[in-house]
Design a protein around this ligand. Structure first.
Ligand code: AHR
Length: 799
């Protein structure tokens, strides 16, 4: 081994901030994370409630088809006149015209079909009733698409009232594309609802349980907490809890599954709510994660639905009742309900979040009412406020301001950025204060699931850990993705209907969760080279004026060199652009116009801009090297409510700052963009709207942190080497008790190309390797390979 290039000194007696519940997980039912994912139900559209409100292609018979065998003929229709209950109104009616070899219905499940495995048992259940002329037994079978039976049973429907029938089906063949058939003969009508098929093998064998393989992968992370049930899914919806598209109201999600309403999920599908609050709490307990529920705050920023302040009572009661449901004793109304559902012991709720990614004053006005009511009744409950969907800017600041004013315990920050942004912002929390609300980094990810993304996130997580005085909680998002129903990527874990794998990002999270430690230890890096960076290049290059889905006109364009005073006026130059659907259909769409290329490093670009048509607005690109590398100022953006400055590196966008702004048609705006080095300011009608810096990534010679695990006394050291060469370092421990020799558990992620990814074919391509060793005295020399993450656990007691 070469000589040490530097030294890491771990001061084992100098303890810093508590690490508490720092690293956890985020669950949202998007990408079919619950239905068709973690929730082990195999029947899709089990209660015939799919509806075009969920998705324009959906209807009550989505994933169902009629079965007519050997000359059989039947009529299949959906009715709702005599429902099994008011919340589950639709059911299927099979009227037998000609029995043949059997008639009925078949369900095709999620993905390629219903996955079953040889030797395993499946619990079938349905609610059914019959009319007077119906008397035949009903055959339930799991079959291949070609009709080969893998397992079957028979039930006798003997009542004209809705009743539940159950049976266990043993399967004699593995088939991941099978279907469930319900067939019968004779004559008359059979009425069917709530058709369900679960593997008996669920996580910990629970009924209405979770898919064992996915749940196990989550449990194996050993997260300190789980945030649920979302995401945008929490607050995207109407105000009436009985509406199909209501916001996520937890009281709808507990109790018998057949009495839970179907919900339109804002990710454009149907949510059964079979995985509801009771199951979330139970799962958190099962995997040793503290539950962190997020409740809507009476405001939907996506559709501007706002509960009047004097009608906020039931929303606040939802929060108070949830705390009682989780923690109340059996003498309380909601504690008793919990016990009735099967869990007399409290779930031990410590945190509650109000709002998700909230923007706009109406939310923050309402937040105070929640905060005061919760603190008045539950003073020790830790309350999480929200700071919008971006890393900086007006709404981010508004969230922090509200948190300070209200005394929120934590502030939920969200950002999805390029890996380069994460590297450039490794020190983001260095200046945050210990006596302020703590950061809950409730959603973050770099764009991608490659080894490079995982490394960049690891470096950033070192920064989170080192700032545990200010950062209380952090979780990667989104967590789960069904490969056939992708709403969002990257994701931590990918699955289909029978396989699952953790990404490289997953294994980084796992390392940090397994080896979080309880308290920071002081660690010093000395003797290493200076950080390496892309030379501090200024923001210059091409400038383009553009639009997004709208028609706009730019004129009076000029650019002034703020160093020399030189001015370039584009007299008579106007850009009339149209990117509307109409223009696209007519073949006349033009999205952007090239203005000029500049090598100035300190300049102001100004213009007037008007939108004449369309839902969005202006896009001013600057510092453009090519389509994939540039900065841009968008005015209006998604839902015409933002002004944002973003940087795009290698095709991946990072929003640097965002503020609220709405563009109106036929109004002329004076826009000015001031660029000085890497500092960017922008003005609308003379008013400063953004002031931000596009930081370039600096690669530290080594990223490191240290902590102590109080349970075992272990000293933990984490090191990320982002460089493309190995780093040799002396690892020295100050104040270690005398010992003859010490064992070190060492876990290392290394040896991969930056583009490598795990996949269904190679699920374990990128996983940490454990190599233990011992050392004598108080230090050892170690080679940290190029592009690696290393965790040492120096074991106590002495070997
Ligand atoms: O994690 C995916 C989505 O990203 C979440 O629903 C939302 O909160 C954020 O915008």
């Amino acid at each position: 081994m070469s000589e040490a290039q530097g030294k890491l000194t771990i001061h084992t007696k100098q303890r810093g901030a508590e690490l508490g519940d720092l690293f956890g997980i985020f669950f949202e039912d998007l990408n079919h994370a619950a239905d068709g994912g973690l929730y082990a139900e195999l029947v899709r559209n089990r209660s015939f409630e799919f509806d075009p409100i969920d998705h324009p292609d959906f209807h009550a018979l989505t994933n169902w088809e009629k079965v007519e065998r050997g000359g059989g003929q039947a009529e299949l229709r959906i009715e709702d006149s005599q429902p099994m209950n008011e919340r589950n109104r639709h059911y299927a009616v099979i009227t037998i015209r000609m029995a043949g070899d059997g008639v009925g219905i078949a369900n095709s499940g999620f993905n390629s079909g219903i996955p079953v495995r040889v030797g395993e048992d499946y619990r079938f259940s349905f609610y059914a009733r019959r009319n007077e002329s119906f008397s035949e037994p009903v055959r339930i079978a799991i079959e291949s698409k070609a009709g080969v039976v893998h397992g079957e049973t028979t039930v006798v429907v003997d009542s004209s009232e809705w009743r539940k029938y159950e049976a266990v089906i043993s399967v004699d063949e593995t088939n991941y594309s099978s279907r469930l058939t319900i067939t019968t003969g004779g004559s008359g009508s059979l009425y069917v609802d709530m058709v369900s098929l679960f593997p008996l093998r669920t996580f910990l064998g629970r009924t209405n349980g979770l898919r064992e393989d996915i749940a196990t992968l989550l449990a194996e992370l050993k997260p300190k907490f789980m945030r649920f049930p979302g995401g945008c899914l929490v607050h995207d919806g109407s105000l009436n809890p009985d509406d199909r598209n209501s916001m996520y109201r937890w009281k709808n999600t507990i109790g018998p599954v057949e009495q839970r309403p179907s919900r339109r999920n804002n990710w454009r599908y149907n949510q059964t709510l079979g995985l509801g609050y009771y199951e979330y709490f139970q799962f958190c307990q099962d995997i040793g994660a503290k539950p962190i529920p997020i409740l809507p705050g009476g405001y939907d920023p996506h559709h501007k639905r706002i509960v009047p302040i004097d009608e906020l009572g039931p929303w606040i009661d939802d929060a108070l009742d949830l705390i009682e449901f989780a923690n109340g004793d059996l003498s309380t109304e909601w504690g008793a309900i919990r016990a009735e559902l099967g869990h007399p012991e409290p779930f031990g709720l410590e945190y509650i979040g109000i709002g998700n990614e909230e923007v706009g004053e109406p939310f923050f006005e309402r937040y105070s009412y929640f905060h005061q009511a919760i603190k008045a009744k539950y003073p020790t409950m830790k309350i999480i406020n929200s700071s919008g969907p971006f890393a900086a800017g007006g709404e981010y600041e508004r969230g922090w301001q509200s948190a300070r004013e209200n005394g929120s315990d934590l502030v939920d920050e969200h950002y999805y950025q390029s890996p380069e942004w994460f590297l450039a912002n490794f020190d983001r929390y260095d200046g945050f204060k210990a006596d302020e609300p703590k950061v809950f980094l409730g959603e973050y990810a770099s764009w991608g699931n490659t080894y490079y993304n995982a490394l960049a996130e690891a470096a950033f997580m070192i920064g989170l850990e080192r700032n545990a005085h200010a950062v209380g909680l952090a979780c990667y998002a989104p967590m789960l993705c069904n490969v056939d129903y992708v709403n969002w990527k990257p994701d931590l874990i990918w699955f289909n209907n029978h396989e699952v794998f953790g990404t490289a990002n997953y294994y980084v999270q796992k390392l940090f969760m397994h080896h979080q430690g309880d308290r920071l230890l002081r660690i010093e890096a000395s003797g290493f080279e200076k950080p390496q960076g892309i030379e501090a290049k200024p923001i210059n290059g091409a400038i383009e004026l553009g639009t997004d889905a709208s028609s706009v006109i730019y004129s009076n364009v000029r650019i002034v060199n703020n160093d020399s005073g030189e001015e370039r006026t584009f007299t008579g130059w106007t850009a009339e652009l149209s990117d509307t659907e109409k223009a696209r259909l007519a073949g006349t769409a033009k999205q952007s116009a090239h203005l000029c290329v500049t090598d100035w490093t300190n300049y102001t670009l100004s213009m007037t801009a008007k939108r004449t048509d369309g839902p969005r607005g202006f896009v001013i690109s600057f510092g453009c090297a090519d389509d994939d590398n540039r900065l841009f100022w968008e005015i209006s953006g998604w839902q015409n409510q933002d002004s944002m400055i973003s940087s795009r590196v290698n095709g991946r966008n990072s929003c640097l700052t965002q503020s609220l702004f709405t563009v109106e048609n036929d109004v002329t705006y004076e826009l000015a963009l001031e660029v000085s080095g890497r500092q960017i300011r922008s003005y609308i009608n003379g008013k400063l709207i953004h002031d931000t810096e596009d930081k370039l990534p600096l690669i530290q010679p080594i990223y490191c942190s240290s902590s102590v695990d109080d349970n075992f006394g272990d000293t933990i050291v984490k090191v990320v080497n982002m460089q493309d060469v190995a780093v040799y370092a002396d690892i020295a421990f100050e104040d270690l008790p005398e010992a003859g020799g010490r064992r070190v558990e060492s876990y290392e992620l290394s040896g991969h190309s930056l583009k490598d990814e795990n996949s269904f074919e190679q699920p374990q391509k990128i996983v940490p390797v454990q190599r233990d060793f011992s050392f004598e005295g108080s230090s050892f020399l170690h080679e940290f390979p190029a592009h690696s993450v290393t965790v040492f656990r120096v074991k106590m007691p002495v070997v």
